[in-house]
Design a protein. Structure first.
Length: 142
């Protein structure tokens, strides 16, 4: 398994786990009080994700030192580009859907908090699409 694939697995797992916990805590809070800001939870989640990512990527770099120091080959660069394109498509589609939902559903209580977290969910889905597609491309040998 190439080092870049290992890195994508670590990023995918940490992103999914961190934001699954975030949204599991957030959704009941939003149902109880839609207009209440959740900045503490958001900042804590981002800090936690940064710590987990740095720890995992550093651990991978130490364990697979020879692979980590090698420059990316053409295949790995192509996989990164293809994955970025997929992530951008997911993000663009999600933002367009959020825009349409915002335009056609005025007057929702807590719109700012809900919109902020919907945009965050769009970013998370984009990251998951990127890491997931990298893994698929590495597995397919694309």
């Amino acid at each position: 398994m190439p080092y870049q694939e290992k890195s994508a697995w670590a990023s995918l797992a940490s992103t999914l786990a961190t934001y699954a916990v975030y949204f599991a805590i957030l959704i009941p809070r939003l149902i109880a009080e839609p207009a209440a800001p959740q900045y503490g939870l958001l900042i804590g989640t981002v800090v936690l994700l940064i710590i987990v990512q740095v720890t995992l990527q550093t651990g991978l770099a130490i364990l697979f030192r020879c692979d980590a120091t090698q420059p990316r080959d053409e295949r790995e660069l192509l996989i990164a580009l293809k994955s970025d394109r997929i992530a951008l498509c997911v993000l663009s589609t999600a933002i367009a859907c959020l825009f349409l939902a915002y335009v056609f559903t005025p007057g929702i209580p807590g719109t700012t908090t809900i919109a902020t977290n919907a945009i965050l969910l769009s970013l998370v889905l984009s990251a998951v699409a990127k890491f997931g597609s990298q893994i698929v491309y590495f597995r397919l040998g694309a």
